[in-house]
Design a protein around this ligand. Structure first.
Ligand code: S3P
Length: 193
């Protein structure tokens, strides 16, 4: 099981992806299984701002919210050992995918629009989906963001997979990435002529 022994030295596992793809549910479950701390960037943003996601959007706007998300990633997440669920739009602004990737192994969760509609019925922390026709908004945002999600991390499709199955799949991908990182860091450097 990844992370059991020396979780401090294990890279963070960072879950990105659209709203309703299951980042928080999976992150919590993995944290429980691997005995690691779980962090949710929406919680950290709310703590930092002393206000709810909904109030930040309503009073200061989306741009301010994105700046807070950036600060959370730059300053508030631990360097290693944690499992982190990102807010759905966090990896989208220019430079954010790279920043997030510099903080750990990033896996992007994907789900079909139908699944997302079902899972985002609670809109209290999702002001971007409020109002009429959330499905239209979801499709529009998804189209705009798809490239950013692909660029941010390794894609894992969640439809038709149970939380247990996803734990196994994501665990394998994570272990493979950690092994590659280790290999790359122990490779002797090429001699300069
Ligand atoms: C957002 C997703 C939300 C939250 C905010 C903005 C987005 O997080 O950060 O409402 O832009 O996709 P979840 O993905 O956890 O719902």
């Amino acid at each position: 099981m990844p992370g059991r022994a020396t979780s401090d030295e294990q890279p963070n596992l960072i879950l990105a992806g659209f709203m309703g793809t299951g980042k928080s549910a999976l992150g919590r479950q993995l944290a429980h299984r691997w005995q690691r701390p779980f962090l949710d960037t929406d919680d950290l943003v709310e703590k930092l701002a002393g206000a709810s996601v909904a109030d930040i959007f309503a009073e200061q706007g989306e741009e301010h919210f994105r700046a807070l998300e950036r600060k959370v990633i730059e300053e508030l997440i631990p360097p290693a050992g944690a499992i982190i669920a990102c807010g759905g739009g966090l990896v989208v602004p220019a430079g954010m995918a790279e920043l997030v990737r510099s903080k750990g192994v990033v896996i992007t969760l994907f789900a079909s629009v139908d699944t997302i509609i079902r899972r985002t019925a609670n809109k209290s922390r999702r002001p971007l989906l409020k109002g009429d026709e959330p499905e239209v908004k979801i499709r529009e945002l998804m189209k705009k963001r798809e490239q950013a999600y692909m660029k941010a991390g390794i894609a894992v499709y969640t439809d038709g997979r149970s939380l247990q199955q996803l734990c196994v799949i994501v665990g394998r991908v994570y272990q493979r990435e950690v092994a590659q990182l280790k290999k790359a860091s122990t490779k002797p450097k090429a001699k300069a002529e």
